[in-house]
Design a protein around this ligand. Sequence first.
Ligand SMILES: C[S@@+](CC[C@H](N)C(=O)[O-])C[C@H]1O[C@@H](n2cnc3c(N)ncnc32)[C@H](O)[C@@H]1O
Length: 209
Amino acid sequence: MEDSIDVTLQDKRSELQAQQQASTTLTASSGALLLGFYGLWTLFAQPGFRRVPVGLRVPYLPSSTAQTQNVMRLLRGRGGCLADLGSGDGRLVFAASSAGFRCTGFEINSVLRTLSRARACWKGVPASSVTFISDDFWKVSLTNYSNVTAFLAPGVMEVLGEKFLKELPDDARVIACRFPIPDWPCAASEGHGLDQAWAYDMRSVRSAR
Ligand SMILES: C[S@@+](CC[C@H](N)C(=O)[O-])C[C@H]1O[C@@H](n2cnc3c(N)ncnc32)[C@H](O)[C@@H]1O
């Protein structure tokens, strides 16, 4: 009788040990996977950030196809120079250059900038119609741009609005993606939810103040 209890206890102990080992392996693999994802995210989303004040840092998140289409609708009938503030992998810049704009993508992240330049070569887009620049857009004057697109973050839109008011010409149009500029009167808007984009005409914005 005692022998059979011993055997049963032994079996239970082995079962428990096997379960513990499996759960340790699972935790370690999940941890390694998470670290891997975090490493990849850091590689794509963070290089160059040390140069930007903490409150103005905006990580990488690509525009959806619907969002890009909304932006292009709001730019219909326009032309000239366009600046994309934080151009990511260049998708908005390429869409705008196909529509005839001369585009500058400001991108602080060197990995994304290299990717954009490679995509421009691959697509055969001439350097005269698309340029990707490493400058921090907060430190660049936007006086020469008549079209500006910005898919950034809610916390920076008000400060960005002040920069636009100081620098953009009266005939400039600003397209804000996903996050509107607080208290600015918009000329038009396209899309809904996360894909929504707003157009602001600088002359109207100034005369409404
Ligand atoms: C939300 S993503 C938008 C990417 C792209 N415009 C799109 O629509 O797919 C914002 C981008 O801005 C870049 N960025 C953030 N702060 C910047 C700065 N001060 N100067 C230049 N690029 C910046 C980030 O690296 C990121 O790629």
